[in-house]
Design a protein around this ligand. Structure first.
Ligand code: ADP
Ligand code: MG
Length: 701
């Protein structure tokens, strides 16, 4: 047998073989010793507590009992054949039962021996039994796993269990690897970091995460592995950021020229909020540095991001550059286009629009106008990043509602000019700090944390189905005042048909409550042809209909200041951030606005908490934090696939402090040693160059 090491394929591990190696690869994506060592248990069972037989009750989860086998016999025939052993301690007797592996039990489970039996107790008649117990001789042996008090439980699958790779099986394999190779595990963090944060070595962490000596050691192991995980993400992010600012020159927007000045002095219909002014100043500074700007603007719905974007784009124009603005949907792109034209009164600059619906003919003209520089600002959807779209001199890209754009799409934009354009990402979904640091850790972040003056906070109300009449009464009141109302229905892929039926039924009822000719109802849902959708939207925007019944297609960005009531049907089926987004559709005018959350009469605890949160607060950041606790990071951003959030150990909802420590550490390190040239940082330097090589290879293949 040749010498194995941590890189050895698992086939060569004792107890694996080709079949199981394939299972591990297919089911868990694990193929080397090291990868299996990095497959951590997802929970532990406390094995410090022993129960007496007379203490057992059938509600208990897994328990362990010390006792002696006093008899053992085969009972039943064929399918029902089983081994039943009487197991006794000083308080009573119970049964241990096996239906499978009878031969093994026959040969290995000994009468007269004292065992620890571990399993789920069940009550049959008056006596307890455990089927297929884990048996260990008592007292426990010592050694790495001998004095195990917390038993690791690993993720496996049905297929793996059939191939004898249940949690216990994996535990055995990991144990082999630890016995053979644990001393080859290399430290990845500089020793001064370990010291500063009192972290245990990687080697010890791996031992104790798989086979914790006690709870304290488990905590140390977890903390170490979490820190490491978050640390290297931050190292990569901040390294990228640093590289970008070194490598990419940025367009210089040194002059505030006529376009900005005329707009600001003669066209802007309101005073900017202090937050808007601050963010514009930050953008001004960023674009005079000579390096590329990558800035995220977080501002709650209605905080006035559009004007900030417009002024930044005018700044680009003033300096001889074109700008573009991307929105995630056609409707939004059109609305942005219209808002910009309105704000500029059709003067000052040429604005173009490009979406999936732009005809070939229009497209040809647009392409040519973009290349000649005739168009100053281009608004559009994803269509904008197609390779065919070439600019004369693109200097700034604004991306609205970025979380719908992937990282690759962002990268595509960079290639639109010799000097990559400045990037301004705007999001109305407040993101919890930990997520922002992880997802956007390489961006600078600005926050518009102030709403324009005179905005009245939206009043939110939760009504149960039994209170529906109140809702209709309220709607009538508001419509009588000349206001408009949104009614939103959930639309969930799996129950699309049913949801649409609800929507239709809702409209029926609405027609009854609000008969023509006094009321017009618009209807918008995802199944409709685009043109119809736009027509219906436009009716509502123009005030020709009073009620807009829609599925969540209206979620992001539509702006109808006269709409003052948002009614959300089956509100318990929406996530928090979605509810918050929807609510943000109202409260855009001077009038008091309302959000009514309609729900079924019975609610689970999570739904209840969501609705209560909505009633209690209008603060998007507060809401996002609660959302993160409830749902976890992947669901919130819809970015499970982005890789950034595939954390093995750390949890962004719970590990804020460790994340902050890890990020601070990286910032400190780069502050002292930007190129990682000091000998104490050699591990970090190696990590980054290894990553860079891996990425380069990825690109080649
Ligand atoms: P969001 O940040 O959600 O994109 P918008 O840019 O659409 O918000 O702005 C919402 C509304 O507030 C628009 O009607 C806009 O004209 C108005 N608005 C923006 N800034 C101000 C301000 N400083 N004072 C008053 N109204 C403003
Ligand atoms: Mg907006």
């Amino acid at each position: 047998m040749f010498a194995t090491n941590l890189d050895t394929p698992l086939v060569y591990l004792k107890g694996v073989g080709p079949k199981r190696a394939e299972l591990l690869q297919k089911e868990l994506g694990i193929s080397t010793y090291e990868q299996l060592l990095n497959h951590y248990p997802f929970r532990y069972i406390d094995r410090t507590r022993f129960y007496k037989i007379n203490e057992l009750n059938p509600e208990m989860p897994l328990v362990q009992v010390v006792g002696k086998i006093i008899s053992k016999e085969i009972v039943g025939e064929k399918q029902k054949k089983r081994i039943v052993a009487k197991f006794a301690d000083e308080t009573g007797t119970m049964d241990l039962v096996w239906f499978q592996s009878l031969k093994w039990v026959e040969e290995n489970v000994m009468r007269g021996t004292t065992y620890i039996a571990f399993g789920k107790p069940a009550l049959f008649g008056s006596s307890f039994s455990i089927s297929h117990p884990d048996l260990e001789t008592y007292p426990r042996q010592t050694g790495i796993t001998g004095n195990l008090t917390l038993q690791p439980i690993y993720h496996t699958s049905e297929k793996m269990k059939k191939g004898f790779l249940d949690s216990k099986g994996i535990q055995k394999l990991v144990h082999h690897i630890i016995e053979l190779h644990i001393n080859e595990v290399r430290e990845t963090l500089p020793s001064y970091v370990l010291e500063k944060y009192k972290l245990i070595s990687r080697r010890d962490a791996l031992i104790h995460v798989h086979f914790p000596a006690n709870t304290t050691m488990l905590q140390h192991a977890e903390r170490r592995l979490k820190f490491e995980e978050l640390f290297f993400i931050q190292l990569q992010l901040l390294h990228n950021k640093q590289l970008r600012s070194l490598k990419y020159k940025g367009a210089l927007f040194n002059t505030v020229g006529d376009k900005v000045n005329i707009f600001y002095k003669t066209m802007l219909p309101f005073d900017l909020t202090n937050a808007q002014k601050r963010v514009i100043k930050e953008i001004r500074l960023d674009t005079q540095r000579g390096s590329q700007m990558n800035r995220l603007i977080q501002g709650d719905v209605g905080s006035g991001k559009t004007v900030v974007a417009l002024m930044s784009m005018l700044l680009a124009n003033d300096n001889g550059y074109q700008a573009c603005m991307m929105a995630p949907t056609e409707i939004l792109a059109r609305q942005h286009y219209q808002s910009l034209i309105d704000l500029l009164k059709g003067e000052l600059v040429n604005i173009g629009i490009l979406t999936g619906n732009t005809t070939k003919k229009q497209r040809t003209i647009l392409h040519q106008q973009l290349e000649s520089g005739e168009i100053d600002i281009l608004v559009g959807t994803h269509a904008l990043i197609e390779d065919k779209v070439q600019f004369k001199n693109l200097g700034l890209v604004v991306i609205d509602e970025q979380h719908r754009f992937g990282v690759e799409q962002r990268a595509k934009l960079w290639r639109k000019n010799v000097i990559p354009p400045h990037i301004l990402v705007m999001t109305a979904t407040p993101i919890p700090r930990t997520l922002a640091m992880t997802l956007y850790g390489d961006l600078d972040v600005s926050v518009i944390d102030e709403l324009p003056v005179g905005r009245k906070p939206i009043e939110t109300l939760h009504l149960y189905e039994s209170q529906r009449l109140r809702m209709f009464g309220f709607m009538k009141q508001e419509i009588a005042k000349g206001r408009q109302v949104y009614i939103v229905y959930p639309l969930i892929e799996e129950s699309k048909k049913l949801d649409l039926m609800h929507l239709e039924a809702g409209i029926e009822q609405m027609r009854f409550e609000f008969p023509l000719p006094n009321y017009q109802i618009s209807k918008v849902h995802g199944q409709m042809p685009n043109a119809d959708k736009q027509y219906e939207m436009q009716q509502f925007i123009d005030g020709k209909s009073q009620i807009m019944v829609a599925t969540t297609v209206i979620e992001v960005g539509v702006n109808v200041p006269n709409a003052s009531v948002m009614i959300i049907e089956n509100a318990e089926r929406f996530g928090l951030s979605q509810l918050h987004q929807l609510r943000g559709r109202v409260g855009r005018g001077a009038e008091q606005s309302y959000c009514i959350l309609m729900s079924g009469n019975k609610l689970g605890p999570n739904s209840k908490l969501r609705l209560e949160t909505m009633v209690k607060t209008n603060n998007g950041f507060e809401i996002s934090e609660i959302d993160l606790q409830l749902r976890g990071p992947g669901d919130i951003t819809g970015t499970q696939q982005s890789g950034v959030l595939e954390l093995k150990m750390a949890n962004l909802a719970k590990d804020q402090i460790i994340l902050q420590e890890a990020r601070n550490t990286v910032i400190e390190i780069f502050g002292k040693d930007a190129m990682l040239e000091l000998p104490e940082n050699i591990l970090l330097k190696n990590y980054l160059s290894k990553k860079a090589r891996a990425i380069a290879l990825d690109k080649i293949s």
